[in-house]
Design a protein around this ligand. Structure first.
Ligand SMILES: *[C@@H]1O[C@H](CO)[C@@H](O)[C@H](O)[C@H]1NC(C)=O
Ligand SMILES: *[C@@H]1O[C@H](CO)[C@@H](O)[C@H](O)[C@H]1NC(C)=O
Ligand SMILES: *[C@@H]1O[C@H](CO)[C@@H](O)[C@H](O)[C@H]1NC(C)=O
Ligand SMILES: *[C@@H]1O[C@H](CO)[C@@H](O)[C@H](O)[C@H]1NC(C)=O
Ligand SMILES: *[C@@H]1O[C@H](CO)[C@@H](O)[C@H](O)[C@H]1NC(C)=O
Ligand SMILES: *[C@@H]1O[C@H](CO)[C@@H](O)[C@H](O)[C@H]1NC(C)=O
Ligand SMILES: *[C@@H]1O[C@H](CO)[C@@H](O)[C@H](O)[C@H]1NC(C)=O
Ligand SMILES: *[C@@H]1O[C@H](CO)[C@@H](O)[C@H](O)[C@H]1NC(C)=O
Ligand SMILES: *[C@@H]1O[C@H](CO)[C@@H](O)[C@H](O)[C@H]1NC(C)=O
Ligand SMILES: *[C@@H]1O[C@H](CO)[C@@H](O)[C@H](O)[C@H]1NC(C)=O
Ligand SMILES: *[C@@H]1O[C@H](CO)[C@@H](O)[C@H](O)[C@H]1NC(C)=O
Ligand SMILES: [Cu+2]
Length: 566
């Protein structure tokens, strides 16, 4: 009894895990071209963070590159610790060259896979890594324990410098150049020219089960993923357990994570198998996307025999998965609607039943006027932009969170973000003639503990497209989704308030809507944005300001003394 109690106390407190992140340049050769990239500790992908639920994590980030830096701990709730969240000019000023900042946070009530990435300009294209959150000591997984756990991080590789790519696009107002390859754990694999030696390989033993910790770190692509001749059992998304279900192919959006079980065949099949990822996109010409495929290799090792040294068993038969067509929206819908919270006594789905505030946001692309006497490459000679409720967010030159905390918001932000569209229109109908957006830095203020329902509606203004919307500081329940215009009378009757999936990034369907609910119980300034980096840069981003509650444990903590300034 006493021993059990002692264990419980240890578990409740957790330990502190220390990491040193040295942001530095490194030369990396891919597709036969050497490029100097920003990395953490010279590693690409960057180091993995491992912790148990309940632990604290301290990451000392030192910036040794000629570029401003911030790191975001994607999906970590950051309860009252918004200072450690990371988005540049939202919760902090950048860590400038030569500076150090220690991110300190505690992992509370989350277990599974999350990830970290740079949150400034497009530098996250090479600055990212996995966060592995194990259950508290002695607490088992709610599924059979795997033999091994393997991170599988999808990325997107440009031969050019990604800041050059986005800066050039912003200058001419058009769409940025597409990537040259997708990657698995930084490796493009055999389907690209001059890339076969850069192939991720997973060696498995017959009869064993493997937990693949999937992360989509690609900048601008939702991805289908499949392993030839094997099934995948989804057990967790965005560090929340789900009711297990088995598929041959899954879809994962930028910002999303998933844990899946892969059961190796009972006897060595004497074959090798591709695991492949390729994009899902409904964008049609003249807009375009990187339509290539990354593959890694799954091979078998018999107990006792060493893993093969060569990259390829050229003598064994090779099987490739069949992936859906690039625009297979029906597949995506049937996959996402299979996601459900576990909703058990141990892992309940605490869906807000009553709603204090309802919001309706349009999300999508539009245009901004081209600078005088120039022609831009966006629609009708304007420049492409994007917005939430017609407001294309302009990042301030001060951090929003400290401006709020010190009461110096004047000239930094307004508190009048529109709760609903100012001028309603047929969101998914014939595009309006006026595609212009407004610009601004406007926050939406919520009293502590407000129960929120938010409907996000894609628009057809420039063309329908899905948008992986990510909310910082919270997990939300996806209570409904559909196509066309959201119907406030009929659609809520179909909401799932029993076991909806709980996550931090939802892909709002192309030409459709998604409804989410969350309880605003974490004070701070919380960024919400499309996790397609191009859309976010164009302004498809906004921020919530959640006020302190009255009790001491309902208030934002004071800022750490080493916060960077700007
Ligand atoms: C990368 O390669 C260039 C050219 O060879 C070299 O000058 C530079 O020092 C290398 N950088 C690093 C970080 O190794
Ligand atoms: C983008 O692509 C165009 C056309 O291929 C090329 O001329 C330009 O240099 C590229 N931009 C960057 C930044 O790589
Ligand atoms: C590989 O190179 C060949 C010849 O240069 C070219 O035709 C082909 O399109 C390239 N394939 C890829 C995947 O880049
Ligand atoms: C893999 O699947 C293909 C097509 O479904 C089948 O023809 C083949 O026999 C399978 N191979 C193995 C080793 O399971
Ligand atoms: C993408 O590639 C696939 C396979 O090569 C092809 O069927 C499809 O038409 C391509 N899609 C686009 C939009 O280029
Ligand atoms: C998907 O693309 C294919 C090939 O371009 C086209 O034939 C088909 O109509 C598209 N499907 C949908 C649902 O748009
Ligand atoms: C909106 O546009 C769609 C497609 O053109 C059309 O089917 C629908 O009837 C329109 N809805 C309204 C309310 O006008
Ligand atoms: C939009 O433009 C078209 C063509 O210029 C015109 O016929 C139509 O009346 C305009 N619609 C509105 C609502 O102004
Ligand atoms: C968006 O804002 C622009 C600029 O103020 C305005 O011209 C346009 O009518 C607005 N559109 C909508 C749908 O509110
Ligand atoms: C917050 O709201 C929830 C649900 O409405 C309620 O159960 C809880 O007691 C509230 N907590 C506080 C501290 O007000
Ligand atoms: C880095 O950030 C500081 C503070 O916002 C800013 O003044 C400076 O111009 C930035 N430097 C670069 C190289 O972008
Ligand atoms: Cu988007």
């Amino acid at each position: 009894m006493a021993a059990t109690l002692a264990l419980l106390i240890i578990q409740a407190q957790g330990i502190t895990r220390h990491y040193d992140f040295n942001v530095q340049m490194a030369n990396m050769t891919r597709l036969c071209r050497t490029k100097s990239i920003a990395t953490v500790n010279g590693q690409f992908p960057g180091p993995e963070i491992i912790a148990n639920e309940g632990d604290s994590v301290h990451v000392r980030v030192t910036n040794n590159i000629a570029h401003n830096m911030t790191i975001h701990w994607h999906g970590i709730r950051q309860l009252r610790s918004g200072w450690a969240d990371g988005p540049a000019y939202i919760t902090q000023c950048p860590i400038q060259t030569g500076q150090t900042y220690v991110y300190k946070f505690t992992i509370t009530g989350q277990r599974g896979t999350l990830w970290w990435h740079a949150h400034i300009s497009w530098i996250r294209s090479t600055v990212y890594g996995a966060i592995v959150i194990l259950p508290k000591l002695g607490v088992p997984y709610p599924f059979p324990a795997p033999h091994k756990e393997v991170p599988i991080i999808f990325g997107e590789w440009w031969a050019a410098d990604t800041d050059d790519v986005i800066n050039q696009a912003l200058k001419v107002g058009g769409a940025p150049n597409i990537s040259d390859a997708y990657t698995i754990n930084g490796l493009p694999g055999p389907l690209y020219n001059c890339s076969a030696k850069d192939t991720f390989k997973l060696t498995v033993m017959p009869g064993k089960t493997y937990l693949l910790r999937l992360v989509n770190a690609a900048l601008n692509a939702e991805l289908f993923f499949s392993v030839a001749n094997h099934t995948l059992t989804v057990v967790e998304v965005d560090a929340v357990y789900v009711k297990p279900f088995t598929v041959e192919t899954l879809v994962i959006s930028p910002g999303q994570t998933a844990n899946v079980l892969l059961a190796a065949k009972p006897v060595d099949p004497s074959a090798i198998f591709y695991m492949s990822a390729t994009p899902y996109s409904v964008v049609r010409p003249p807009a375009y996307f990187d339509n290539t495929t990354v593959s890694g290799i799954l091979e078998y090792q018999n107990p006792g025999s060493p893993p093969s040294a060569s990259t390829f068993h050229k003598d064994l038969p090779l099987f490739k998965p069949t992936l859906p067509l690039f625009n297979d929206t029906d597949f995506v819908t049937s996959f996402t609607t299979r996601l459900h919270s576990l909703a058990t006594l141990q892992y309940p789905a605490d869906v807000p039943r009553s709603v204090d505030r309802r919001f309706f946001f349009t999300i999508g692309l539009g245009t901004l006027p081209c600078p005088k006497k120039t022609t831009c490459q966006g629609l009708h000679g304007a420049k492409y932009a994007a917005a939430v409720n017609n407001v294309s967010l302009v990042l301030p030159s001060k951090a929003l969170l400290s401006s709020h905390y010190t009461g110096k918001s004047r000239g930094v932000y307004e508190s009048d973000f529109p709760a609903i569209p100012v001028s309603p229109f047929n969101y998914t109908g014939t595009p309006p003639n006026n595609t212009n957006l407004a610009t601004g830095t406007r926050l939406l203020v919520l009293p502590y503990n407000t129960s929120v329902e938010l409907v996000m509606q894609d628009t057809s203004v420039i063309g329908i497209e899905s948008h992986p919307m990510h909310l910082h500081g919270y997990n939300f329940f996806v209570v409904g989704q559909g196509f066309g215009n959201y119907n406030p009378t009929n659609d809520p009757t179909k909401f799932n308030l029993v076991d909806p999936v709980k996550r931090n990034t939802v892909s709002v369907p192309a030409g459709g809507w998604a409804a989410i609910r969350f309880l605003a119980d974490n004070p701070g300034v919380w960024f919400m944005h499309c996790h397609f980096e191009v859309h976010s840069t164009w302004g498809l981003r906004m921020a919530w300001l959640v006020l302190d509650g009255s009790k001491p444990n309902e208030k934002l903590l004071p800022p750490p003394s080493d916060m960077p300034n700007c």
